[in-house]
Design a protein around this ligand. Structure first.
Ligand code: NAP
Length: 308
């Protein structure tokens, strides 16, 4: 049984471990769709009630198909702002109508009449007013229920919450990146904004299964193969070596990473990604135990908490 947490001031209760659908696939083929669909069905069987995707992930359509009749039992968030960004033919999002069109397209791909949470994917958007105006119109039209921001930057979140109606912030937070403790979390707490924690495993680095000489072919991580991103990757792998002391016969490092995120009461939910169903069993296993004071001290040594 996955516990639910209040989701800001929306009135929703969301499973604290939910599913991120920005799956790290190498090719958008039928086999990957089957894996994805099986993962979504396993998440539903486990009682997960929140699914996060984006119009730039290619999984909106897969998610709509996989949810089928269960759509009405769960909450779905999707994002707008990066459609076709990788093709060189991205939209400018210079007028609200661009966002309105993208919303209609997402509704079609998701096979739904309403998007529960519509998130601005640009960080920052060139023109916040374009998105706020579009979100306001989409709410009036009943096409979205709430809107959110996708950012780790407090000034961007404040701009998106200018009128006090930004429902959620999707942000990075994990054992290697604790900046939100100092800025975004206190702001969200004071303003009733839900927090959705993406990348709780730092895209797999916190599984402890990746190596310093590894290279990547999937669409999300192939940029780690060279340059500054390669150096950052290798630094993190060294930090993870120290965190491996958190592994015990009863707990994997993945589970410790999820426990770390959920131990923070400012977190509304986390959305680890998974390319196959059995990953979810590992994630849910995190709910069986929790971090001790000694574990927390080890994490603080490797990745110091930020001052409030
Ligand atoms: N708003 C944004 O801009 C934004 C950006 C990034 C992500 N997101 C959202 O956040 C969600 C989660 O982010 P994420 O998936 O990038 O990162 P994540 O949840 O930190 O990590 C997921 C990755 O960990 C890997 N993993 C898990 N257990 C493992 C194990 N035992 N051994 C090896 N690898 C393991 C998974 O591998 P497999 O792939 O093999 O299952 C997957 O690639 C996304 O799905 C998306 O919904 C949003």
């Amino acid at each position: 049984m996955i516990a639910k947490r209040p989701f800001g001031r929306t009135g929703w209760d969301v499973t604290e471990i939910s599913l991120g659908c920005g799956t790290h696939v190498e090719d958008w083929n039928a086999e990957e769709e089957r894996n994805f669909s099986n993962t979504v069905h396993h998440a539903l069987d486990m009682g997960m009630n929140f699914f996060d995707t984006a119009d730039s992930y290619n999984t909106e359509e897969w998610l709509g198909k996989a949810l089928g009749a269960s759509r009405s039992d769960v909450l779905v968030s999707t994002k707008v702002g990066k459609f076709a960004q990788g093709t060189g033919h991205a939209l400018s999002y210079a007028i609200p109508e661009h966002v309105l069109l993208c919303c209609d397209a997402s509704l079609g791909r998701l096979k739904t009449d309403v998007i529960d949470l519509y998130i601005c994917h640009l960080d920052p958007p060139d023109d916040v007013d374009v998105f706020l105006e579009a979100f306001s119109r989409l709410k009036q039209q009943g096409k979205i229920r709430h809107f959110g921001a996708s950012t780790n930057k407090l000034d961007v979140l404040k701009a998106m919450n200018r009128d006090g109606d930004c429902a959620a912030c999707q942000l990075d937070y994990n054992m290697l990146d604790r900046q939100p403790e100092a800025d975004i979390f206190p702001y969200c707490r004071e303003n009733g904004i839900a927090t959705i924690i993406r990348r709780p495993l730092d895209k797999g680095i916190l599984s402890g299964r990746l190596t310093a000489d590894q290279t990547f072919t999937d669409w999300v991580r192939k940029r780690w193969n060279q340059g500054a991103e390669r150096e950052a990757y290798q630094r993190k792998i060294a930090q993870v070596e120290e965190l491996k002391d958190l592994e015990t016969p009863e707990r994997t490092l993945v589970q410790a990473a999820i426990q770390f995120v959920l131990a923070n009461s400012d977190v509304s939910c986390t959305i680890p990604g998974a390319s196959r169903p059995d990953r979810l069993d590992d994630y849910i296993g995190a709910l069986q135990t929790s971090l001790s004071a000694q574990d927390q001290a080890l994490i603080d040594r490797v990745s110091a908490p930020r001052a409030f």
